[in-house]
Design a protein around this ligand. Structure first.
Ligand code: ADP
Ligand code: ASP
Ligand code: MG
Length: 457
């Protein structure tokens, strides 16, 4: 059995779904379980609808809802069998009626709480998985739909739910494995439910994570992440196009890249795969013949010191200076407790005798965090920053990497540096306006001669 996950960009239209069906069909003998994201940009659009409702713009919300419904109906109607047509219409009506009810409730409450965010955003994958199932039948694939919420059981941390692994694995083994032996199972990514049956989501980009949880639960021989690029690249193509394809990379390196911004893979994806030692492949649904990136357990020997450069713009730096001359015992604990209370992950930390600087990428609770910190320290906040992270498992044993990095960045103001905690990465913070120049300079420095064993042009 294999898991094949298709992202929103691979499912944005009837034509792309047809292409996906073609890819799955040629791999039917490997007994695929297909995990799908919402179609195109549906998740963003659903969230915008909920936001409009909570901001008191209900007509706007309903207008957007009608457009989204029309989009699903139009794309899907081209790729279902005549027999399934009325079922499709009823299914779409039902889901959008549910959304309209949610809009009314959000508008009345004038708020869009996390539990509601999950209920609204889950509609994307609930719809796409049903549409893809019908489309697969139309294209001659014997497909069966499984509602992920009946197998992927999570805690109740809405918008960032964590899977309850033993229950989820048990349900996958009980329900999905036997079905997949006979038919192509289609499931929505990203969504799950609590033990009480309340809908949850795994966080943005979470369909990759679903794929890997499903892969581990059914002991798949391979987890394939099908997307809109040839694989993992040596630079983020949205910042610096023209990076090289990485043919093979280790789980540890891929996890680090994902964590520091390589959107191509959700950071949690590698975890279940590592535990069961299942290789993960990143492949291009527009060029299915290309070999993609293979993510494996072993370290990958490479003549280049690094494998890739990841980056995250939209970073906020919080500089916290102790009110005393030295950092008192317990000071760091008190600081981190504040971030913890507001469920705000900290990405990077650097400390000196009297101050600590840290970065966050979710400023939702920044005002509250700041208010609490102001009681114990002098606080300064800088937004519009970016983290750049250089990843490669040769960094640990190679002298002179730091010198090469800072030489490449000689014209750029580096605001924070962190190296050593994982030994696989070297990360630093710069002004987001310098991001392109910094990644360009580093790419030129480290990939002038890419090792052909590891990289493709
Ligand atoms: P999907 O809809 O398939 O989940 P995503 O948009 O989540 O696709 O992820 C694919 C995108 O990740 C690519 O289009 C690319 O812009 C971005 N990306 C960022 N860093 C990298 C990288 N190092 N290698 C490849 N893609 C990257
Ligand atoms: N549809 C969800 C999102 O856009 C999950 C995913 O695509 O991975 O975040
Ligand atoms: Mg994605």
């Amino acid at each position: 059995m294999i898991v094949m996950k298709f992202g929103g960009s691979s499912l944005e239209s009837a034509a792309s779904i047809e292409r996906v069906a073609g890819i799955v069909k040629t791999r039917e003998s490997r007994r695929p379980v297909v995990v799908v994201s919402a179609m195109g940009k549906t998740t963003n659009r659903l969230l915008a609808i909920g936001q409009a409702a909570s901001d008191g713009r209900q007509p706007d919300a309903l207008g957007q809802l009608a457009e989204l419904k029309q989009y699903h109906a139009a794309e899907a109607s081209a790729i279902v069998c005549e027999n399934d047509r009325s079922g499709l219409t009823a299914m779409i009506e039902e889901h959008f009626a549910e959304l309209a009810q949610q809009v009314a409730r959000i508008a009345q409450a004038e708020e869009f709480p996390a539990r509601m965010i999950d209920a609204v955003s889950a509609l994307g994958e609930r719809l796409s998985s049903r549409i893809v199932t019908l489309a697969f039948r139309y294209f001659g694939i014997d497909a069966v739909h499984v509602d992920s919420r009946s197998v992927l059981i999570t805690d109740s941390r809405h918008t960032q739910a964590a899977p309850l692994f033993s229950r989820t694995y048990a349900r996958l083994a009980e329900t999905v494995s036997p079905l997949a032996a006979r038919q192509v199972v289609v499931m929505g990514g990203f969504i799950g439910s609590t033990l009480d049956g309340v809908t949850t989501t795994l966080g943005r980009g979470g369909s990759d994570y679903t794929a890997s949880i499903v892969g581990a639960g059914i002991s798949a021989e391979e987890i394939q992440i099908w997307t809109d690029v040839d694989g993992m690249l040596t630079s983020d193509p949205r910042i610096v196009p023209g990076g090289h394809l990485i043919k093979t990379i280790s789980f540890a390196e891929a996890a680090e890249l994902a964590y520091f911004g390589a959107k191509v893979l959700h950071p949690a994806t590698v975890q279940p795969a590592i535990e069961k030692n299942i290789p993960v492949l990143v492949l291009n649904s527009r060029r299915p013949e290309a070999s993609g990136t293979r993510i494996v357990k072993e370290t990958v020997p490479c003549r280049n010191v690094i494998k890739s450069i990841a980056c995250k713009p939209g970073i906020t730096v919080v500089k916290i200076q102790s009110l005393r001359m030295l950092m008192a015992h317990g000071f760091l604990r008190r600081i981190f407790e504040v971030f913890d209370r507001f469920k705000t992950p900290v990405d990077m930390v650097s400390t000196s005798e009297v101050s600590v600087s840290l970065t966050i990428d979710n400023p939702q609770y920044l005002a509250e965090i700041r208010q609490e910190l102001d009681r114990i320290a002098d606080v300064e906040v800088e937004s519009g920053r970016a983290i750049v992270c250089i990843v490669g498992d040769n960094i640990r044993g190679t002298p002179g990497v730091g010198a090469r990095i800072f030489h490449a960045l000689r014209d750029i103001n580096v605001l924070m540096v962190s190296q050593g905690s994982s030994q696989l990465n070297f990360s630093f913070v710069i002004d987001a306006r310098d991001l392109k120049a910094a990644v360009d300079a580093l790419h030129t420095e480290f990939f002038a001669e890419p090792d052909p064993e590891v990289f493709a042009a």
